[in-house]
Design a protein around this ligand. Structure first.
Ligand SMILES: [Ca+2]
Length: 307
């Protein structure tokens, strides 16, 4: 089991399990004619230093970038919101794999699994999990959701670039280590991280000592303190897909406006760490590259929108 926890160190996470999903009888079906548009916050652009000299090689070199004004999701996209999309578009396959792994589960012991299911031709959310972030969604599913939302609203939704994500996590580009400041989160409640409650299940896991967020696994969105911009769960809860292809090092050019990452690649960027991660993974500059077809209980996304 502990092998699964090594996810974060690099590039390949996740595992796709093939377990037939049990049909639930007490779920809630969200119809496509009712669209819950994710709440967004206007972020005033600026110039800032992207990356960290103290982090991994892929966080270097630190370089100056320019960000335009944009909107970002106040919360991670929820099961309810994603279910509305599925009931309109279906769970389509892209690159031979469905957008969300309805059979996804964490392991055999913890009973943690995907909380969206298909029954009688409709998609449902298991009752009580409506406001949890959607999980087991791959990059193609996250992007397809943004495209669908654009189609439905006439606005331009998309995944955030990792530059935008870090700019927001840095409270508009400040030189800080974590979303909440520079010190470990003791005495604060800035997010759902690897904590004392998780350590009771995984004794070897690295946590923020003394920190207890009272959730072992995923938490509903918006349960913790937001950052200065009023945005929730940037650090922890679920890793968040970004639009960029992952590169093992930043290019060195300063002054690029709205960089969009590598031109191509095998992996997409995810940011922010999750309920499974301790302080090292929760740093604002931390970045991982994941197979865009991968999915997990600790991976979701939030939207961005053009101003
Ligand atoms: Ca998050």
């Amino acid at each position: 089991m502990i092998n699964k926890i090594k996810i974060i160190s690099g590039c390949m996470l996740f595992f796709i399990t093939i377990i037939k999903v049990n049909c639930q009888t007490s779920g809630i079906n969200f119809q496509p004619n009712v669209i819950t548009v994710p709440e967004t916050v206007l972020v005033k652009g600026g110039t800032f230093k992207l990356g960290s000299e103290d982090g991994e090689v892929n966080e270097k070199p630190v370089h100056t970038v320019i960000v335009s004004d944009f909107y970002i999701g106040k919360y991670e996209v929820t099961n309810k919101e994603f279910c509305e999309f599925l009931n309109d578009k279906g769970n389509n396959k892209e690159k031979v794999i469905e957008w969300i792994n309805l059979s996804g589960k964490w392991d055999d012991d913890t009973l943690q699994k995907c909380n969206i299911y298909l029954s009688e031709g409709k998609f449902w959310v298991k009752k009580g999990y409506e406001d949890y972030p959607v999980t087991f969604v791959n990059w193609y599913g996250a992007k397809a959701y943004c495209d669908w939302l654009s189609e439905k609203t006439g606005k331009q939704y998309r995944l955030p670039t990792e530059t935008e994500w870090e700019y927001v996590a840095r409270n508009c580009g400040q030189n800080i280590k974590y979303v909440w400041g520079n010190e470990p989160p003791v005495g604060k409640h800035p997010g759902n991280f690897a904590d004392e409650s998780l350590k009771r299940i995984y004794p070897d896991i690295r946590i923020a000592p003394g920190y207890n967020d009272s959730y072992v696994f995923v938490a509903p969105v918006g349960k913790f303190e937001p950052n200065v911009l009023g945005i929730y769960d940037l650090a922890g809860n679920v890793w968040e897909w970004c639009s960029d292809w992952f590169s093992h090092q930043y290019d060195n050019s300063d002054g690029v406006k709205n960089p969009v990452g590598a031109k191509s690649g095998d992996m997409k960027v995810a940011r922010g760490g999750s309920w499974l991660d301790g302080p090292g993974q929760l740093r604002v500059s931390r970045r991982v590259g994941l197979d865009p077809k991968s999915n997990s209980l600790n991976l979701g996304f939030r939207v961005a929108m053009e101003k």
